[in-house]
Design a protein around this ligand. Structure first.
Ligand SMILES: *[C@@H]1O[C@H](CO)[C@@H](O)[C@H](O)[C@H]1NC(C)=O
Ligand SMILES: *[C@@H]1O[C@H](CO)[C@@H](O)[C@H](O)[C@H]1NC(C)=O
Ligand SMILES: *[C@@H]1O[C@H](CO)[C@@H](O)[C@H](O)[C@H]1NC(C)=O
Ligand SMILES: *[C@@H]1O[C@H](CO)[C@@H](O)[C@H](O)[C@H]1NC(C)=O
Ligand SMILES: *[C@@H]1O[C@H](CO)[C@@H](O)[C@H](O)[C@H]1NC(C)=O
Length: 462
């Protein structure tokens, strides 16, 4: 995809691509809205400090070093030889002082040049001395219209700023959105309160590039024609939705038969390729412990005190089967999934499970220490840049409650990377290992020294 060096054969969940492509984006930073006055103040402060520094230098440090030698002026008017000696000494001292003074002058000159250059650089950075390089708060072009309204700060009603700690409310918007203003402007071009353009693909592309979250819109996405309501629970857990939820979408497959068939008929070129086949492989996942990297859900739940695993998150959960199995065990699991080449979110939802459209690059939208379990299968792997991976692992640790568990399921990498790179990254986070299994990938990768790590990791109680 788009020239990214991803091992498509190893991908089985859509988020891998999403994470890798969205990786590295700083999705939370906001730049201050009106920098000019603050920078002007900063500059003034700088000038005052520097000026004071020179005064102190000249009138204390410098004048100390200009003190005439102790031996010099005790004038002996009655003794011409002594007088001459004194005069000589005084003259010497004076010339010494002159030399020192000129040295100080030279230093002052250098400092002043330095100050000038610093100030001019400061000005250039903020576009004050170079009006050509305009800065629209980080945007290449001045945002306008609906985009401007959606991204600019809005003044809080009187009296509310105390709670917020600010007078203005900024929208939550991916920092990387500024890098794709042309696409974003297209995305924000619609008639307010009318129907949205059919641009799901554009929205996903922006998300994958790190423009996440997207700005809000004031238009209404089209509902599919002949919409069929989902089946009731628990039947919905294993039911394929009506084709009307997919036949109008931008994806290649316009019906679920196609989504299931493509997994059977084609090679491994699709994300989560077995995911839609609820009667096939998907139905058998996590039911048995295979003695290797495949742990069973019941085995994992048995390792915790009964009933203490109640709420959790499945990162990159494809069509939601992990959440479905957990639901059958009365555990509520939110599934993050991206609609990459198939309607994963609507599929999960139609099963009666909670989908969350979120890439691996984004901070998990949960408070610290709240979840009993986090699971992730094949999404976290060597296709994710190391830094993104490390941030994601620490974020998992953050949202788990003390005693909560992280089930790292089939983490994929090469044998050479396993101990050299990934075990240290995982260990650095500070989980306690409850189960740990390294095993060589036996299917396609047998001769390629490809490995899986599966682990059950506990967030320590203290
Ligand atoms: C004063 O300095 C002159 C030349 O610099 C020297 O000839 C003379 O001897 C000095 N006198 C005394 C008293 O040091
Ligand atoms: C907005 O509405 C006008 C008038 O109905 C229409 O011509 C135009 O194409 C619409 N623009 C978009 C982006 O839908
Ligand atoms: C499903 O879609 C495929 C390709 O998009 C098409 O060839 C096939 O006829 C469709 N099947 C049904 C039952 O609509
Ligand atoms: C789930 O909860 C229901 C209702 O409380 C209960 O009847 C059922 O036995 C529970 N299932 C499991 C697997 O614990
Ligand atoms: C990684 O290190 C462990 C412990 O040192 C060792 O047993 C294992 O064989 C190593 N694995 C690989 C794939 O090199």
């Amino acid at each position: 995809m788009h020239g990214t060096k991803l091992r498509i054969t190893s991908l089985s969940q859509p988020q891998q691509l999403g994470a890798a492509m969205g990786g590295g984006a700083d999705v939370h930073a906001h730049r201050p809205a009106r920098p000019a006055p603050r920078h002007a103040k900063l500059k003034m402060l700088f000038v005052v400090i520097v000026t004071n520094f020179f005064s102190v230098y000249l009138f204390s440090g410098a004048s100390l070093s200009l003190n005439l030698p102790e031996s010099a002026p005790s004038i002996h008017l009655w003794d011409s030889t002594a007088l001459l000696r004194d005069l000589n000494a005084t003259r010497d001292a004076l010339s010494l002082a002159r030399a020192e003074l000129s040295l100080v002058r030279a230093q002052c000159g250098t400092s002043s040049l330095l100050l000038d250059s610093v100030l001019s650089k400061l000005g250039a950075v903020h576009g004050e001395d170079a009006p050509a390089a305009k800065d629209f708060n980080g945007w290449p072009e001045e945002p306008s219209g609906e985009l401007k309204l959606a991204i600019e700060p809005h003044r809080l009603p009187h009296g509310f700023s105390v709670n917020f700690g600010t007078d203005e409310l900024f929208p939550g918007l991916g920092f990387a959105c500024r890098n794709f203003q042309e696409d974003l402007t297209k995305y924000m071009t619609y008639n307010a309160s009318a129907a949205c353009p059919d641009d799901e693909a554009l929205a996903l592309q922006l998300t994958l590039k790190g423009c996440e979250p997207l700005p809000r819109r004031r238009c209404k996405p089209r509902s599919p024609a002949r919409y069929v309501e989902p089946k009731p629970l628990p039947e919905s857990l294993w039911s394929i939705p009506a084709d009307t939820t997919v036949n109008w979408t931008p994806y290649t497959c316009k019906n679920y038969t196609c989504l299931v068939d493509r997994a059977r008929s084609r090679g491994g070129s699709y994300d989560c390729k077995d995911c839609f086949d609820l009667a096939g492989k998907e139905r058998r996942r996590w039911l048995t412990d295979n003695g290797g990297p495949g742990f069973s859900i019941d085995g994992v739940l048995r390792s915790r005190p009964p009933g203490t695993v109640r709420i959790g998150l499945d990162i990159g959960g494809g069509t939601g089967t992990f959440a479905a199995r957990m639901r059958e065990r009365n555990v509520t699991v939110v599934t993050t999934t991206l609609d990459l080449d198939a309607p994963f979110n609507r599929f999960v939802a139609s099963r009666g499970l909670l989908p969350l459209q979120l890439s691996l690059a984004q901070r998990l939208p949960f408070a610290d220490g709240v979840l009993d379990i986090v699971h992730s299968m094949k999404v976290l792997s060597n296709s994710v840049p190391d830094a993104v991976l490390e941030f994601a692992l620490f974020d998992v640790y953050r949202v788990l409650r003390p005693g909560g568990v992280f089930w790292l399921d089939h983490f994929f990498c090469l044998g050479t990377q396993l101990n050299a790179t990934y075990v240290p990254i995982i260990d650095r986070v500070g989980f306690r290992r409850l189960r740990w299994k390294e095993s060589r990938k036996l299917d396609l990768g047998a001769e390629r020294n490809e490995w899986y790590i599966s682990a059950l990791l506990e967030k320590p109680m203290t």
